[in-house]
Write a protein of this length. Structure first.
Length: 95
């Protein structure tokens, strides 16, 4: 995946924001070409990036983005990853 650092850091206090803040970058694993390697489920991480991008396009307002249309088999993986990344309050809609 390719994305902007500002997209990864837009939710202050999240795992991604902390990881890419500049303070910990030297400790992030990289591949043989020097790209960052994140060991997350690719399908779920793609959805996280999509949700973050949609939030950025909305101006990063406090409002949550509309719910993503998730395939039933992806919902649990997506929610678990969002919680792990500390993005629940930013990306998950209230029940």
């Amino acid at each position: 995946f390719a994305t902007r650092r500002s997209t990864l850091c837009m939710c202050e206090g999240s795992y991604l924001a902390n990881m890419f803040s500049g303070r910990w970058e030297a400790s992030i694993e990289r591949d043989s070409v020097g790209r960052y390697f994140l060991d997350f489920d690719p399908a779920s991480f793609r959805l996280v990036l999509r949700a973050l991008r949609e939030r950025r396009l909305e101006g990063g307002s406090g409002a949550r983005p509309p719910p993503l249309a998730l395939p039933a088999e992806r919902e649990e993986h997506f929610q678990n990853l969002v919680e792990y990344l500390g993005l629940s309050e930013h990306l998950l809609n209230p029940e």
